[in-house]
Design a binder for this molecule. Sequence first.
Ligand SMILES: [Zn+2]
Length: 322
Amino acid sequence: MFDKDYKNEEVVIRHHRIGPGESKLIKVAIDRLPTGTMIEIPVYVFNAKEPGPSILLQAGLHGDEVNGVDILRQMLSKDYFRLRRGCVVVVPLLNVFGFLNFSRNLHGKDVNRSFPGSKRGSLASRVAYYHIKEIAENIDFAIDYHTGGDQRNNYPQVRYTEGSEVGRKLAEIFHAPYSFASPLIAKSFRKEADKNGIPVIVFEGGESKRFDKFAAREGIAGALRVLAHFGMIDSALAPPPSRKMITLTKRRWIRAKTSGLFTTTIDNGDKVEKGQCIAYITDTYGETLTEVITPFSGYIFCVNNDPVVNMGEALFHLGTGA
Ligand SMILES: [Zn+2]
């Protein structure tokens, strides 16, 4: 599956040439803020002398999902990319504008719903356009780091594209606690990359605007296992998985049947039984109490950390698998 005849090619991004054996930080200029400050996407390229696959590690497509940004920052600072072969392109923060505004979006638009983008479009559309034309152009596959949106905390998990054997295999090598196949979302980076023949796996861990040390450790360990698998780094750097990965085959959101104060009685990642009470929703005066009951046995892989919830809101993501 991965036995492609990888060539040792020069990487060209925004007129910068990074030959075999070279590393470089490139700043891809997108636009100026109204204050005149230029906004640039930082792109690190590590190109080994020996040929091998070219892998993109990116985070911050959603500007407030800072855990992924920190995962790549840690990997850069620990000097993990002294490669033996192949090439790694690291984009630690794609949506610089959203990051500055503590926002998922860029001026109200989701970059991950703006692909393939246009160079004359909105800022989100332009970020998408330059990403595909200048960065994604150089890669064989990608790991895209995300977290849960709002206050929903995702237990470390990898999503791969339904029907993609390469994606499934990459998820297995990454070996997060949970993994599952998910459909391609219209105008997303994963869908556009897939159209261009670039399989993408999405790591989800933690929640927006928060660091999550456990999720970060899993996100780093998974990437190191992928790099070690291809002989790009010393295999001693990649921690062996401490448990079996569970592949989820059926998933369902458990939603709030009423509004009120929300208290969970389980931990994210827990195994639960059908009919188990996993949380309470009470009114603010302690007069009513509603139990949240699981519809089937399985694993909780996302928990809403919002203490006050409204009717219909997603509380837990529950999945079954082995
Ligand atoms: Zn995201």
